[in-house]
Design a protein around this ligand. Structure first.
Ligand code: SF4
Ligand SMILES: [Zn+2]
Ligand SMILES: [Zn+2]
Length: 296
């Protein structure tokens, strides 16, 4: 089979686009799509400094690689969550990637900062691990993005489609309105962007392979019962029977402009740290208070 663009031997088949491409043309196609996504949603402009949240998985490392390649000023931020047997490996991949590419990286260690890893923190907080982990990561990423124009995350089309599916299944209107490729900045929150929101994990795997990007391939051990993985699995089955179903599903959602609606939420600065919150003290500071109580 020949490459659609250059007629060399095709090595990659993209069912969603009904395209067969050689490795070089695939890389061009991939980068062009990321660039067009950034332009389409006005995510950032050429001189912007972007902080990229990197977990050690393929999505965030490939995002860092491609944004640098396109010519943006980037820095990586890795949060070591202190999850035994998983966080160490994740960090190794991030460190190696940053070293090999001579990229700037900052690491925040949750255990060093709070005295415990995510598993223990969730026990103390009496909440599920992923809830505590998500809250911590949002808070730390936002805090560390000071001095940057925006914060980029490696959320993929698969992530966005499965979140959308879950939000629709449960009719979580507030979440639907916030599920935007770009979250605007406000007094205490940095602008957040998702340049991979129209790129599938399959495409990212091809990119990682071609660019020789090493990454942690196993899932977090605390993700076993995560509903998001179940929703992803369902959508993978749909995609198998109907190629491009995820892309159509998510693109239609964007076209309808659901997220442009505003939810009137009364936010106020946290009494302790100033982060905007719905209650007097933000979740991060409340967790710190609980930790202090637990240690007394
Ligand atoms: S699966 Fe849950 S605990 Fe593990 S990294 Fe993801 S959000 Fe955090
Ligand atoms: Zn080609
Ligand atoms: Zn606070």
């Amino acid at each position: 089979m020949k490459c659609k663009f250059c007629k060399e031997q095709a090595r990659i088949k993209l069912r969603s686009y009904n395209l067969r491409l050689c490795e070089n043309c695939f890389q061009d196609f991939f980068k062009k799509r990321v660039r067009l996504t950034i332009e389409k949603f006005k995510m950032h402009s050429s001189g912007d400094k972007i902080l990229i949240a990197v977990s050690g998985g393929k999505d965030s490392l490939c995002l860092w690689h491609v944004l640098d390649d396109i010519g943006y000023k980037t820095q990586g931020l890795h949060i070591d969550l202190g999850i035994a047997g998983y966080s160490e490996k994740s960090k190794e991949y991030v460190l190696k990637f940053a070293r090999d590419n001579n990229f700037n990286l900052k690491i925040i260690d949750v255990k060093e900062e709070l005295g415990a890893g995510v598993r223990e923190l969730s026990r103390i907080a009496g909440r599920v691990s992923c809830g505590v982990c998500g809250m911590l990561r949002r808070y730390i990423m936002n805090r560390e993005a000071e001095g940057f124009n925006c914060l980029a995350t490696g959320h993929t089309l698969d992530d966005e489609a499965s979140t959308l599916f879950g939000n629709l299944l449960n009719w979580q209107e507030g979440f639907l309105r916030r599920q935007s490729p770009v979250l605007k900045a406000n007094e205490s929150l940095k602008k957040k962007i998702k340049p991979f929101c129209l790129v599938s994990e399959e495409e990212i795997s091809f990119y990682a392979f071609i660019c020789n990007i090493g990454y942690i391939s196993e899932n977090c051990p605390l993700s076993k019962n995560a509903t998001s993985l179940f929703y992803k699995h369902i959508l993978d089955e749909v995609e198998e029977k109907m190629p491009a179903a995820k892309l159509k599903f998510y693109k239609q959602f964007i076209k309808k402009g659901y997220f442009k609606g505003t939810i009137e939420e009364k936010l106020m600065p946290c009494r302790i740290c100033g982060y905007l919150t719905v209650s007097g003290v933000c979740s991060f500071c409340r967790l710190k208070e609980k930790l202090n109580e637990a240690r007394v």
